[in-house]
Design a binder for this molecule. Structure first.
Ligand SMILES: Nc1ncnc2c1ncn2[C@@H]1O[C@H](COP(=O)(O)OS(=O)(=O)O)[C@@H](OP(=O)(O)O)[C@H]1O
Length: 349
């Protein structure tokens, strides 16, 4: 299956478009933020990267008054209902969420687009964030993204494992965690935050963000605790939680995509193998293709589609961190991950 040249409009009634619900979403957000404002006032707070403050809830730092926020986590914890057939993609921001969303969406839905050799594929015209929603944004919708008969439902989340809604933990559904080396997460988040911050607050310096990151202060951080939570879950429930790294995915995308397909229950058949289906999906979801498709437009009012695509490389941290910064993060990582088999297949690290 080779990559098509042209892209066409598509319509998928059961898939989300963030702008569809407009006023409903805004009204629902206001209601939810108001419901939790007293609780928010009791939480420890720290300086934020994009928003003014981060709030500590259940051991992790969260933004507030945003779609992905502490209020959303609280609301999801009390209302979200998982289905046993759901698939959840969990990440710390900037660990390759957009890429994983594209790959899983393309894998699970591949039979819908194979006849026209992917030429009408949604990923050729739309952001992976429109194709596969965060549960954090689902809570504000009046119309659920998926109709009841749609199975499996595909969702992403940045929520730490220990704060996931109980129904996800109890439903027995599958979960994929994508982890990225901390130095590249820091660098990626630094650039993303400066793109999205309110300009009146000025730009963050790299030194400032390094300080915050080292202390564990970043949206849904500490980095190390987030990774450890899902890593532990993957050891305890190997059939239910798959732990992948961005670096492994980069080094051998084809074999890791096959592994992902097997784990999700959508294994690549011999016929598909012969047709080059995996290579087609890998190309469709490549940084080069997705960054081109998402060069223009906004995901929502305040987030341009291109904010999710920068370098897409392993090891860009070498262009940002001093030797001293690098050693400090190595030390913290060594201590926090002591006794755990968490490594990044990267000759630079
Ligand atoms: N297709 C593909 N392949 C490889 N890498 C990709 C891809 N798409 C996005 N990226 C890179 O992932 C980084 C963005 O992270 P996330 O997608 O996790 O961001 S977010 O959490 O959804 O906000 C960000 O990394 P940096 O380039 O290091 O900043 C993106 O460039």
């Amino acid at each position: 299956m080779s990559m098509p040249i042209a892209s066409h409009a598509f319509s998928l009634p059961s898939l989300p478009k963030y702008s569809n619900e407009g006023n409903h979403e805004t009204a629902n957000m206001a209601l939810i933020f108001d419901r939790y404002k007293d609780r928010l006032a009791t939480l420890p707070k720290e300086k934020g990267w994009i928003t003014e403050n981060l709030y500590m809830y259940q051991g992790f730092w969260h933004q507030s008054s945003r779609r992905i926020s502490v209020e959303t986590v609280m609301a999801l914890q009390s209302t979200f209902k998982a289905h046993p057939t759901d698939i959840y993609l969990a990440t710390l921001p900037k660990s390759g969420t957009t890429w994983l969303k594209a790959l899983v969406f393309a894998l699970v839905n591949r039979n819908r687009y194979k006849d026209d050799r992917f030429s009408t594929h949604p990923l050729l015209v739309s952001s992976p964030h429109n194709c596969l929603p965060f549960i954090e944004t689902e809570i504000f919708r009046n119309t659920p993204t998926y109709v009841d008969s749609h199975s499996p439902r595909l969702f992403a989340t940045h929520i730490p494992y220990t704060s996931l809604p109980q129904s996800i933990l109890e439903s027995g559904c599958r979960l994929v965690y994508l982890c990225r080396n901390p130095k590249d997460v820091l660098v990626s988040m630094f650039h993303f935050a400066n793109k999205l911050r309110d300009k009146s607050r000025g730009l963050l310096t790299f030194e400032e963000t390094f300080e915050l990151f080292s202390k564990g202060i970043m949206p849904t951080g500490p980095y190390w605790d987030h990774v450890k939570g899902y890593h532990k879950a993957s050891l305890e429930h190997p059939g239910k939680v798959l732990f992948l790294t961005y670096e492994d995915m980069k080094i051998d995308t084809v074999n890791n995509v096959k592994r992902l397909a097997r784990y999700l229950g959508y294994p690549i058949t011999e016929e598909e193998e012969a047709e080059g289906a995996v290579e087609g999906i890998v190309k469709l979801c490549s940084f080069e293709n997705l960054s081109e498709v998402n060069k223009h437009g906004n995901l929502r009012e305040d987030i341009p589609n291109d904010a999710f695509f920068r370098e897409g490389k392993v090891g860009d941290w070498t262009n940002h961190l001093t030797d001293e910064m690098s050693s400090i993060l190595d030390e913290i990582t060594k201590e926090k991950f002591y006794g755990l088999d968490i490594t990044w297949n990267n000759p630079i690290c």
